[in-house]
Design a protein around this ligand. Structure first.
Ligand code: DQA
Length: 146
């Protein structure tokens, strides 16, 4: 039987602070609590996942570069790098596997600088504004790409 393809779930800078960081925008769940929900959905969808977080742009780029072969799709919340990182955009294009961009907040409803995403042009699609549900919708979308 063909090896089941896995989904890589990536989180960018400051998302390790979820729970205490601007709870009025991002809610009160910690990243660990969010990850438990993503793992529960992955089990239901019978897909293997690997969830990682980094505050470093280079580390995220390294993980994206290494993804093909091990993973069939990526779910990524690039956090602040969404609005600044050509490197992450280029890495996703180079990796050549589908990526779903997710944001907990609605980035179009906030400050002007959040309205532009460098990652969006490299992603299959974007889900923003649904809190923790953005990750769950993102995983469902990514699984459909496998
Ligand atoms: C975010 C939105 C970004 O603008 C912000 O820098 C984040 C989180 C979100 O999930 O809503 O860190 O990606």
């Amino acid at each position: 039987m063909a090896k089941k393809k896995k989904v890589l779930v990536l989180n960018g800078p400051n998302l390790n602070l979820l729970g205490k960081r601007q709870p009025e925008i991002y809610g009160r769940l910690t990243l660990d609590q969010i990850n438990k929900k993503i793992h529960a959905l992955a089990k239901e969808l019978r897909v293997e996942i690997d969830i990682r977080q980094s505050n470093s742009e280079g580390e995220l780029v390294d993980w994206i570069q290494a993804a093909p072969g091990n993973f069939g799709a990526i779910v990524i919340n690039p956090a602040a790098y969404t609005h600044s990182s050509v490197a992450i955009r280029d890495a996703i294009i180079a990796a050549g596997i589908p990526a779903v961009e997710v944001h907990m907040s609605n980035i179009y409803k906030r400050e002007e600088f959040r309205r532009h995403s460098y990652v969006a042009g490299a992603a299959v699609g974007q889900i923003a504004g649904f809190g923790v549900e953005s990750y769950l919708l993102g995983l469902r979308a990514a699984v459909r790409q496998l």
